[in-house]
Write a protein that binds this ligand. Sequence first.
Ligand code: ZN
Length: 182
Amino acid sequence: MNLTEDIIRAISFASIKHKSQSRKGKKHIPYINHPIEVVRLLWEEGKVRDKSVLIAAILHDTIEDTHTTPEEIKETFGQEVLDLVLEVTDDKSLPKKERKRLQILHAPNASKGAKQIKLADKCSNLYDIIHSPPDWPVERKMEYIWWAVSVVDGLRGANQPLEDHFDQLVELGNQTFVRENI
Ligand code: ZN
């Protein structure tokens, strides 16, 4: 199957899986905007053209945040896509703090494709925290930035334009939240 056809199938699949979810921010953006933004970042900013990476980016939160099973993804999109999705899926049976610690620890060992997806994911999350912030105190937003910086440190070398894009968002986030703190 060609890229366009697979992308359409993946967007349709993810939109059904995420249909009743919205993003954390006060603007209540539909959840599906996030995986679409992640694949846009990979394509436009990161110039990624690997089909499995693009498809896995669209599906990257389906196992972690919906009732999607690995078998479903394997059947519909194949083993390579499933492996990438699993690489970027946290183990939800662990406490949140531990999952966040493991993301920092595991980042350097991820495959190049998974690193690219994680980079775009962190860019999208950071953008949303700046432009559609959740109802968090400024310290928590700053903490999120520091944590994301630690994860991205382990991803460097996988995609320079996405790393530059992330660094710009960190800069913008710091300026925005420092101003909020005064
Ligand atoms: Zn995500």
